[in-house]
Write a protein that binds this ligand. Structure first.
Ligand code: ASP
Length: 414
């Protein structure tokens, strides 16, 4: 595979530094404008939504063409199998480490102790299915068009993966199709490059409108009302960020330069609150960091569909907070249930704004907490959503480096 061709299409290669500066300025300006000018900035919201919609528009064709053109040239099923196995192990292990970090942070900080309200009743809600069955069932859709319309990326990915394997097994006859998909993928990257010209203003508008809805004073009040909960989640996310940096060192990648390569994607994740919308940028950042093309095309779409370290950590910490606020005892066995169900809930969460809050019900019901408990954390969720989305994207970036390092032999078969 001519990697240099991909490199030429890399958006980062075209205007890396100016884009990063624009995105950082847009993000800082958006927060400042929302903070100072308050609700009047909500009028800018449509511009941010426009940027978000434009990015989302590219996700489906990007994922399909990236997977087919990334996998088919690998040729050998065992090469794909190895990359898939390493990715799978990374997703499961990093998610469990994240949820454990969330539970332990909440154990140490005890954010719910202060929030305990007089007369809070210990709830009695039946535990429901942990969601494992539903996660597996989301892999296959009887109607791919419907799945695409509903934004269900997993069945589309599975189909693209199987199609790629079929094409790979057909030998030279399939080459024209693989070439076509390859060219389509490069064209989509080009298109994304155009959309990214909107990124600075789009991120400015998204943040200005969101922070402006409250204004600086309102935001401060909202955050301080559940201050120790916010501190707990942010602390947990910070610890997990560092854990992932340690993983990078293990696979001989320097964390700081790698994080700088990913900065555009991380700031965009904060601006949009959507790891799916950030996928095109994340892929570009990974190329910029010299990750191998087939790895980028395979791991990042798969990670964006399944790997949500930040969300899983938040779901674990938030459940612990609510349990503490209700004065519920959480013995070790219950905490283990939180660790496991939050991992499943994180994996089952879609990469869109605040879906993690909805899926938290899976974790809460597993430890008999009432869904109403979510009311305690609702007000600040929009902000924590953006913080956890940053860690979701960082987790996938680190996963890419891990697979890149551990599949060197497999990739050389391409
Ligand atoms: N906003 C998160 C994401 O896009 C999902 C969530 O935690 O709500 O990854």
């Amino acid at each position: 595979m001519p990697n240099s061709g991909k490199k030429r299409e890399s958006v980062a290669f075209i205007f890396a530094d100016r884009l990063l500066a624009g995105i950082l300025t847009g993000a800082a300006g958006g927060v400042a404008a929302g903070w100072w000018f308050g609700p009047v900035m909500t009028g800018w919201g449509w511009l941010g939504d426009l940027f978000l919609d434009a990015l989302k528009m590219t996700i489906l064709p990007l994922v399909v063409t990236a997977i087919i053109s990334g996998i088919a040239p690998l040729g050998a099923a065992h090469a794909v199998g190895r990359a898939g196995a390493v990715t799978g192990v990374f997703i499961i292990a990093s998610t469990l480490v994240a949820t454990t970090t969330g539970v332990l942070t909440a154990d140490i900080v005890q954010p719910g102790a202060g929030a305990r309200s007089a007369g809070a009743v210990v709830p009695t809600v039946e535990a429901t299915n942990t969601g494992l069955e539903s996660i597996i069932r989301t892999l296959i859709s009887p109607n791919l068009v419907q799945a695409a319309a509903d934004g269900l990326i997993l069945p589309i990915m599975l189909f693209a993966l199987l199609l790629a394997l079929a094409l790979a097994g057909m030998g030279p006859r399939a080459q024209p199709v693989i070439n076509l998909v390859e060219i389509l993928n490069e064209a989509i990257m080009r298109l994304i490059g155009w959309i990214l010209y909107l990124a600075p203003i789009g991120i400015f508008a998204l943040l200005a409108a969101r922070f402006g809805a409250l204004g600086g004073e309102g935001f401060r009040r909202e955050i301080t009302s559940v201050g120790s909960y916010v501190v707990t989640v942010i602390m947990g996310l910070g610890v997990h960020f560092l854990t992932l940096c340690a993983v990078l060192i293990l696979v001989r990648t320097s964390p700081l330069p790698y994080a700088v390569h990913f900065l555009r994607a991380l700031v965009t994740a904060f601006g949009t609150g959507s790891s799916a919308a950030t996928l095109p940028l994340a892929m570009d950042c990974a190329r910029d960091a010299n990750m191998r093309e087939p790895v980028v095309r395979f791991v990042l779409p798969l990670g964006t569909a399944l790997n949500r370290n930040g969300t899983a950590l938040y779901q674990a910490a938030a459940t612990m907070f609510i349990a503490q606020a209700y004065g519920m005892d959480m013995p070790a066995a219950q905490q283990a249930v939180v660790v496991i169900t939050a991992a499943l809930a994180g994996i089952a969460t879609a990469g869109v704004p605040q879906h993690g809050l909805v899926n938290m019900v899976i974790v809460m019901s597993a430890v008999n907490l009432p869904a109403e408990g979510i009311g305690l954390i609702l007000a600040v969720d929009w902000f924590l959503d953006r913080c956890r989305t940053v860690i979701n994207v960082w987790g996938n970036g680190v996963g890419t480096a891990v697979v890149n390092h551990l599949t060197t032999g497999a990739a050389s078969e391409k």
